[in-house]
Design a protein around this ligand. Structure first.
Ligand code: SF4
Length: 208
């Protein structure tokens, strides 16, 4: 991973892509949202489906005013800040600006870094390659576990015990292993009914 040359700035963020679409997974699946995908991640998941987000180039930096104008053009009420690993950056300036525009702000993070900024919904999707901080699990509204094999279910239970009572628990098959892990997930959810299935609908529907 090439480390970003600029990490803390109050006006610019490295952006891999930004677009208006439907949330494809998790608790808000199916709802319209504007996605801001920050570039840069050092978590290193072997099955990562956005490996192109790992590295940061100086040319990718966009300023907050430009991002706000794009969000406002979309009329999206929800803005999802994702990555890469967005918590690598100080998100306070960006979330303050979005809040001033009355947007509902969601974040999707592995939980490997301390969170900065203010969020209406925090989705923590832990990765074994860089385990989540307890502080991130405590504030998670949604714990979304990616399931590659049976061991991940044991880890899911362990992590869920560190979350708040109101946190929602989801199991999502890793895309390439979906067929193999569906039966394992189904059996688990039938036995553990506080867990739900999350599917990557955007991949099934071939939308961004
Ligand atoms: S945390 Fe997300 S972006 Fe980073 S390597 Fe893992 S799946 Fe990819």
């Amino acid at each position: 991973m090439i480390k970003p040359k600029i990490i803390n700035t109050s006006t610019h963020y490295p952006i891999m892509e930004h677009f208006y679409s439907l949330q494809g997974e998790g608790v808000f699946a199916g709802q319209a949202a504007y996605f801001i995908r920050l570039a840069g991640c050092d978590v290193g998941c072997s099955w990562c489906d956005v490996k192109e987000s790992w590295n940061v180039d100086e040319s990718q930096y966009l300023d907050i005013d430009y991002l706000l104008s794009e969000v406002n053009r979309s009329k999206a009420s929800i803005v999802v800040i994702t990555g890469g690993e967005p918590a690598m950056y100080d998100l306070s300036p960006l979330t303050l600006a979005l809040k001033n525009e009355n947007r509902r702000i969601h974040i999707e993070t592995s939980g490997a870094y301390a969170l900065s900024g203010s969020f209406d919904w925090t989705c923590v999707s832990p990765k074994r390659f860089k385990e989540p901080l307890e502080s991130a699990l405590k504030v998670a509204d949604e714990l979304k576990m990616i399931v590659v094999n049976k061991q991940d279910l044991k880890w899911a239970i362990e992590l869920s015990e560190k979350c708040s009572d109101t946190c929602q628990f989801l199991l999502q098959p890793e895309w390439d292993k979906a067929e193999k892990v569906f039966p394992i997930i189904t059996d688990f959810i039938k036995e553990n009914q506080d867990w739900k299935l999350s599917l990557q609908l955007h991949k099934y529907l071939d939308i961004p």
